[in-house]
Design a protein around this ligand. Sequence first.
Ligand code: SF4
Length: 250
Amino acid sequence: MNYADIKTIDVQDGTGVRVSIYVSGCHFHCKGCHNKEAWDFNYGKKFDESTIDYIIDLLKPSYIAGLSILGGEPLELVNQQGLLPLVKKVKEIYPDKSIWCYTGYDFEKDVYGKMYKEYSYTKELLEGIDIMVDGEFVEEKKLVDLKFRGSTNQKKIDVQASLKAGSVVRLKFGDEARYEQEETKNPKIIFFKEFKEKEEKQEIAHEEIKVPVASQDVDNVIPIVPAFEIKETEERVAAEGINNKDDNNL
Ligand code: SF4
């Protein structure tokens, strides 16, 4: 396995301050991918024992919350085999630090539904991963304020809870809960959608953003604020079984 990069400090790809490794090789070739150079399996440096030792050392400080594994595609089979000794060692030395893994595969269909059942190293790898963010990056579903994911089709999955339940257990942070409220016709959500659409058509410049109200009728005032001002709370929702199929496009 080769890797494209190691970030010693990463605050974007998972909770807290993290160390990240970007492995090389990805067959998905998503439109708008930011790591195109890492599509090539031969890109970057050779991943070996000394790389593992380096990462173990980087994870040592108490302020480092854990390791994030990105790509490229960590779950290409050759990369799974390369990553397994790293994941095992991190869990052995730092059992309290979390491991996040970003994949273009669908957890339910490809990872748990197929690889986990067919390959012993997938099984072992998943046993060491805490959170998996799944699904290809879809440029048309990209929103800039999403938490720990690039497009709204991607899901954050509690891997250990899913393995225990034998079904997908999703983690829903503020942004996902917010988009799901769209069904309830929450005016804040509607405003956000309209704002995004106008912004995309370049009808709104950022400096023109005002805090509007829906109505000046005092009996029926609905305060609306731009979505980026909405305070998000982190919430954990354990889905019962694979019951979130309708949520996939939220
Ligand atoms: S899965 Fe990730 S690395 Fe691969 S093409 Fe899509 S965005 Fe890029």
